[in-house]
Design a protein around this ligand. Structure first.
Ligand SMILES: Nc1ncnc2c1ncn2[C@@H]1O[C@H](COP(=O)(O)OP(=O)(O)OP(=O)(O)O)[C@@H](O)[C@H]1O
Length: 441
């Protein structure tokens, strides 16, 4: 039996996590810096908490174009704790701003952290975090585009992801769960994309000290099964090369529609072995993904460059950028900062294999943030397709027949669940502090 399937849920689950109750619009929360924020309507639901539209507190009501969201979870739930640690360490607006400036970037797709705190209501205590508000996620765009993105778009997304990953890697973290559903478009600017969901982010280099390679059979296959890295399949904590490998699989899927192992995602060992085979013969892998089209040479080179990285190596981000830029050049395009989703630009419509399939959920069997805090995540089986997201537009929960409903048109505070991210039978769990160290206390 695959290790993950054995570990899934049975007997190891933590107590059921409570979802934060729906706060009424107008609820005021005060963060640790004494700044007050006002909640608007709920905008999304994660596995462990709710997201609300929000704004700085004033006499005005928080409308549909609010610039912030607030994530709220019961204070004894772990996941927001882990994510919050990342945001507090690496996503302060000043830090992002100065990096953007010094690296001459037009923007950096890391959400800014605006504050956090604890909020008491009745006899309950909640942890909250304020962040930028975004728009649609790229998984929806991918489905809308018949599960294929144009080459120019894929390469531009790759370039933006390299900016993001270089930044978070240089700030001691890896993301470990890059995928289209974690890439959100800016609420205001349709040409900007942001990487969200740092619930699985791992501090691979606390105070600059790199974690050592160590396989742990109990932690195999963490992440989202089709994209997760070979390191994660082997139960090794994610590192910089893992993020790049995951990103490579994403780009290939966006371009060809379907990765070779996608028909057998219920078998993590099969997925792991397929990825290992592909790494051993990248050219054959590319031929499988692009049987009837020209193989995108740049993606092959990208994967080959990633393959050269050892566990602790710092990736050559600039070389990787040049590889993707050469790809843009080869199709007569340039990085003009416009994200165009129309597949006509590809010169090819969606491939026959590029049909709609249900979105996968991610799996994680542990969480560890080293330094002074260590996390052990008891496995948790997540309730099925209970998702979420709204971003001004919600989808109703029939797996792939999305009916967009404007959140403003839904009954007050009533979340419409969406069915986007489930692979039946696989579990998902998130980090939980072993020691009770509260970052906002
Ligand atoms: N800053 C944001 N602005 C707008 N929408 C967001 C923002 N962050 C997340 N979302 C959307 O809200 C939904 C819930 O996000 P959240 O990160 O809580 O869920 P998740 O990715 O499943 O995380 P969890 O790991 O808690 O399950 C997602 O569909 C996501 O696209």
């Amino acid at each position: 039996m695959p290790p993950k399937a054995k570990a899934a849920g049975k007997g190891r689950g933590p107590p059921k996590r409570k979802l934060a109750e729906a706060f009424p619009p107008g609820e005021v929360l005060t963060d640790t810096g004494k700044k007050s924020w006002k909640l608007g309507s709920p905008i999304g639901q994660g596995g462990f908490g709710l997201l609300y539209l929000a704004d700085e507190n004033s006499s005005k009501t928080v409308g549909a174009d609010a610039p912030y969201v607030i994530k709220v979870e019961p204070s004894d739930n772990g996941p927001l704790f882990s994510e919050l640690k990342f945001y507090m360490r690496a996503a302060k607006p000043d830090l992002i701003q100065s990096w953007t400036k010094s690296h001459k970037l037009k923007y950096l797709g890391v959400p800014k952290y605006w504050g956090s705190g604890l909020h008491e209501k009745g006899d309950k205590r909640y942890r909250f975090m304020v962040m930028d508000r975004f728009g649609l996620d790229l998984q929806k765009k991918f489905e809308e585009s018949g599960r294929q993105f144009p080459r120019k778009l894929v390469l531009q997304l790759g370039l933006r992801l390299l900016d993001i990953l270089e930044y978070i890697h240089e700030h001691e973290y890896v993301h470990a769960d890059v995928k289209a559903s974690n890439l959100l478009l800016s609420h205001k600017n349709p040409n900007q994309v942001y990487l969200v969901d740092y619930g699985l982010a791992y501090r691979y280099s606390p105070e600059g000290i790199l974690k050592e390679y160590k396989e742990d059979p109990k932690r195999c296959h963490d992440g989202t099964i089709e994209f997760t890295s070979i390191d994660a399949h082997k139960g090794v904590s994610p590192c910089r090369r893992s993020d790049l490998e995951i990103m490579g699989y994403c780009m290939i899927q966006w371009l060809c529609g379907k990765l070779p192992w996608e028909d057998k995602l219920q078998d993590p060992l099969y997925v792991r072995d397929s990825k290992i085979q592909c790494r051993d013969d990248i050219s054959a892998f590319m031929s499988k993904c692009f049987p009837s089209q020209d193989k995108p040479e740049e993606l092959q080179k990208f994967m080959e460059e990633v393959k050269t990285l050892s566990y602790t190596d710092k990736p050559a981000y600039q070389k990787l950028r040049s590889i993707l830029e050469a790809g843009l050049k080869s199709v007569g395009a340039k990085d003009d900062d416009k994200l165009e989703f129309s597949s006509a630009l590809n010169g090819a419509g969606p491939s026959s294999s590029a049909k709609k399939i249900p979105k996968r959920k991610r799996v994680v069997d542990y969480k560890e943030d080293s330094n002074d805090e260590s996390y052990v995540t008891p496995t948790k089986k997540r309730k099925s397709p209970k998702k979420k997201d709204i971003n001004g537009v919600k989808k109703v929960a029939s797996a792939n027949k999305a009916s967009p409903v404007n959140v403003a048109a839904t009954p007050k505070n009533k979340l419409v669940e969406t069915g986007t991210q489930t692979t039946p039978g696989l579990k998902r769990a998130r980090g939980r502090p072993k020691k009770k160290v509260d970052p906002v206390e």
